[in-house]
Design a binder for this molecule. Structure first.
Ligand SMILES: Cc1cc2nc3c(=O)[nH]c(=O)nc-3n(C[C@H](O)[C@H](O)[C@H](O)COP(=O)(O)O)c2cc1C
Length: 251
């Protein structure tokens, strides 16, 4: 229907009615060129950043931002290399102090024994223990990304890691994957398992997998409310987030 209408609109010369011009004619080369131009304009960057397309894209971005939640139970299904590659691509584009690019990544997904060994070094969901503590062979993540940096890099590497992890989490959410940013893990053991060189230190782990829990929800909280995440009667995680008004002073 769209095609016919578009061709018809393009093909009917100004000043002539459809009937006069004859509905059954074949599209001319000129018609096809005009149609191509029109389709091109519909997907051109100018159109994407103007009008409805821009509003639609903003909505999608907002959806990803709002949907991202820490996931702690995963399906027993491998995370494909292409998806992990997309997370790393998102990480490398993240801002970092002085653009010095201090972070290095170790992806642990192919060697299942190593994944298990790394998993054994991790601690999960302190406020909802043990109801969000994954078990190996049941609902544990099947991929980890370790963020590392050289021993010489100080606190700025942690800030860099924050931006990189967040980019990866948003990219993962967009792909339907779930993640857990893990700061509580045995650093020395993990360094040993992954044979980190002497001059490198582990910063954070990002667990990655296909979500296998009722998707957690965030809810608004105000100053004074408990901000501890909790499980409801239906075993769904709730994550209170303080409102902008509670967090912000405008001067
Ligand atoms: C620096 C940092 C370290 C974290 N370490 C852990 C961890 O070791 N284990 C865990 O289960 N969650 C960990 N988390 C996830 C937080 O618990 C989670 O982000 C928080 O509860 C808010 O939930 P949300 O990510 O769904 O917004 C960590 C998050 C951050 C930012």
């Amino acid at each position: 229907m769209f095609e016919n209408e578009a061709l018809w609109d393009l093909g009917t010369p100004i000043g002539k009615s459809d009937e006069e011009y004859g509905r059954a004619r074949c599209p001319t080369k000129g018609d096809i060129k005009r149609l191509r131009d029109m389709v091109g304009a519909m997907v051109s960057p100018e159109r994407v950043v103007n009008g409805n397309e821009k509003r639609r894209r903003d909505m999608e971005f907002n959806d990803v931002l709002r949907k991202r939640r820490t996931i702690r139970f995963y399906e027993r299904k491998d995370v494909d290399k292409a998806s992990l590659q997309k997370l790393l691509e998102a990480a490398r584009l993240a801002p970092c102090g002085g653009n010095m690019q201090r972070l290095r990544y170790i992806v642990v997904s192919e060697d299942r024994e190593k994944v298990k060994s790394v998993f054994e070094q991790t601690a999960w969901g302190a406020f909802v223990k043990p109801r969000r503590s994954p078990k190996w062979g049941e609902n544990a993540p099947l991929a980890f990304i370790l963020l590392t940096c050289s021993k010489e890099n100080g606190t700025v590497a942690h800030a860099d890691a924050g931006a990189a992890v967040q980019n990866m989490q948003l990219a993962a959410t967009d792909l339907g994957l779930g993640c857990c940013w893990i700061g509580s893990f045995n650093h020395d053991k993990t360094a040993e398992i992954l044979e980190l060189s002497e001059d490198m230190v582990p910063l954070y782990l990002l667990a990655v997998g296909w979500p296998a829990e009722r998707y957690p929800v965030s809810e608004d909280a105000v100053e004074g409310d408990s901000v501890k995440y909790y499980l409801d009667d239906e075993n769904r995680l709730h994550v209170p987030k303080l409102t902008v008004d509670s967090l912000t002073k405008w001067i």
